[in-house]
Design a protein around this ligand. Structure first.
Ligand code: SER
Length: 319
């Protein structure tokens, strides 16, 4: 069997760091980074890059035939805020893109796929504190609806066709190596850049909006760990709850002030407030812990210090 790994959506927030990690583990030539955009990050220059539009079946077939991947990470999607602005495109990209990639896996005999879900599958009727694995799922954003439908398809393709699907419900992801694109939790990355650049931040969510979050290193490790776990440990074939840390903008600002005492924050909520209000505050991830040994490493304080330390030296914060 081929040892090639295909990452689709490699230029995104998760993809950028996932490719870097996979290249280190498996060797750059075995990791095919692909995206509809051309990469800015020089990290991809180590290994192959292919332009890939998940809505173009011929394009997909050509790449699957060329590389014969054994594992696919399908990360291409519109996130919550962008999908609310362009709901039809959000549906098309997130659903048709997923169908096309799942079907290509069946056609070209790819045995294993990682597909990311999100806390956006939950909605205003979901219990918001320590949200259970199995609970009310009535999302009211187009992004959340596509993630919920995608989860059902993950389980269906596993049960019906034996596709070895691995999936986790990502919380808001915070890292310094890559920028998020179009999510409701993006404030928790932007705040660090603005704190270092201007010493102040205007937040698009209100101060009490508590959301589940995770440091990117934990998120990438969770992605690799669930994908590498023995198949019989993966009992849930829709998507696993995973938890890192929960905080609101006020608490994050206070943690930043420990390092930058003059930092100040103001609040000017926009349409993203409604999206955030529909999501849980904290997540019960006991199934992920029991089934495949999930354990986060970063609490709020460690996350904040790591972000500030790294961004201080990084050109990202100065752009
Ligand atoms: N971080 C994502 C968003 O805000 C949630 O999956 O859209």
């Amino acid at each position: 069997m081929s040892n090639k790994i295909l990452v689709i959506g490699a230029c995104g927030q998760v993809g950028t760091e996932l490719v870097e990690n996979l290249q280190r583990i498996h060797g750059p030539s075995n990791v095919i980074a692909s995206d509809i955009r051309k990469p800015l990050q020089e990290v991809f220059s180590n290994g192959p890059f292919e332009q890939l539009d998940v809505l173009n079946k011929e394009n997909i077939s050509a790449i699957f035939i060329k590389y014969k991947p054994s594992i696919v990470y399908h990360l291409a999607a519109l996130l919550s805020a962008t999908a609310e602005a362009k709901p039809k495109l959000g549906w098309k990209l997130n659903m048709d893109g997923t169908f096309n990639i799942f079907d290509a896996c069946l056609e070209y005999d790819v045995k294993k796929i990682f597909w990311p879900s999100s806390i956006a599958v939950f909605g205003p009727t979901t219990p918001p504190i320590l949200t259970p694995q199995s609970t009310i799922l009535e999302p009211n954003t187009v992004y959340g609806i596509t993630k919920l439908a995608g989860e059902r398809y993950c389980e269906y393709y596993n049960a019906r066709y034996g596709l070895d699907v691995r999936s986790i419900r990502y919380p808001g992801l915070i890292g310094w190596k890559s920028l998020p694109g179009g999510g409701t939790t993006d404030y928790a990355v932007d705040i660090f850049h603005q704190a270092l650049k201007r010493g102040s931040y205007e937040c698009f969510l209100n101060k009490n909006t508590t959301l589940p979050m995770m440091y990117m290193e934990d998120a990438v490790r969770a992605t690799l760990e669930i994908t590498d776990s023995p198949s019989d440990k993966i009992k849930i074939r829709s998507s696993y709850n995973i938890s890192g840390v929960s905080f609101n903008p006020d608490e994050l600002a206070e943690a930043i002030k420990v390092h930058i005492p003059k930092f100040s924050i103001t609040y000017n909520p926009d349409f993203r407030q409604k999206i955030a209000d529909s999501w849980p505050q904290s997540i019960d991830d006991s199934r992920a812990r029991t089934d495949w040994g999930w354990q986060e490493n970063f609490n709020k304080e460690r996350l904040v210090k790591t972000m500030l330390d790294n961004l201080t030296d990084s050109s990202l914060s100065r752009n």
